[in-house]
Design a protein around this ligand. Structure first.
Ligand SMILES: [Zn+2]
Length: 238
């Protein structure tokens, strides 16, 4: 399989929360999109890996992704080790994504910032011909970092106003994470459903505001954007 766009993140539901709208928008444009969860999220306080896998499959369907897989890194052990990097490089060679979305490289959860480094280094290694793994050497063309939960100024924002409702459904496909089971007391480990909705809405609105639309998803890239026509540039200055 060859993908146009692959989002890589530490846990199932990370991608939905950070760049689900963008994945959906690109799928609607006819691109082949995919999600690679580095772990199965088995350290999560809530829900078994089996339940989370079912939820992840449902969310993937809602986001229109062609492919979703788990790399099999143990949850809470995401790190750029040689072993994990080689496994990821092999997966990159199989999927051959043109563009890859990674988490931003600073975060509270170690799995999240390590996912960023592991993701970058796995993509890099995939292009080394003599690497002791199967597949033809391949390196993605573009790497983008999602900054949805990072205290950093993005370099661009994707307008997801039309995708917002569907993205919301995909995020809410993880009831094991957000909803207490029947008869169970809601505890503090839960980000309650209402709180989650508020937070999702606030973040997407903030990002949208930066480019003059209702809802957006923010990204950062290390390279500069190349511009041919400065008269047709979008986003009003004053
Ligand atoms: Zn996570």
């Amino acid at each position: 399989m060859t993908l146009d766009l692959l989002a890589i993140a530490a846990h199932p539901d990370d991608v939905e929360l950070t760049c689900g709208g963008t994945l959906l928008k690109m799928a609607q444009r006819g691109y082949q999109t995919g999600i690679l969860d580095l772990t199965a999220g088995e350290m999560g306080t809530r829900g078994t890996p089996e339940i989370r896998a079912k939820e992840a499959a449902k969310a993937a369907k809602l986001l229109g992704v062609q492919w979703r897989g788990t790399l099999g890194v143990p949850d809470s052990d995401v790190q750029p080790s040689r072993q994990h990097k080689l496994r990821l490089a092999a997966q990159i060679r199989e999927l051959r994504p043109k563009t890859v979305i990674l988490p931003y490289w600073q975060a509270r959860h170690p799995d999240h910032y390590h996912a960023s480094t592991l993701g970058y280094e796995g993509c890099f290694l995939a292009g080394l011909k003599n690497l002791p793994i199967a597949g033809e050497a391949y390196r993605p063309f573009k790497i983008l970092y999602t900054t949805a939960f990072a205290e950093v100024r993005p370099t661009f924002v994707v307008d997801i106003t039309k995708q917002y409702a569907q993205r919301r459904k995909a995020i809410l496909s993880y009831p094991s994470q957000f909803r207490p089971a029947k008869g169970e007391k809601p505890e503090k480990v839960y980000l309650g459903l209402e709180q989650l909705e508020d937070e999702m809405d606030r973040l997407a609105r903030n990002s949208g505001h930066l480019i003059g639309v209702k809802y957006g998803e923010p990204f950062l890239m290390k390279e500069l954007a190349k511009v041919d026509d400065v008269v047709k540039m979008e986003v009003r200055s004053i």
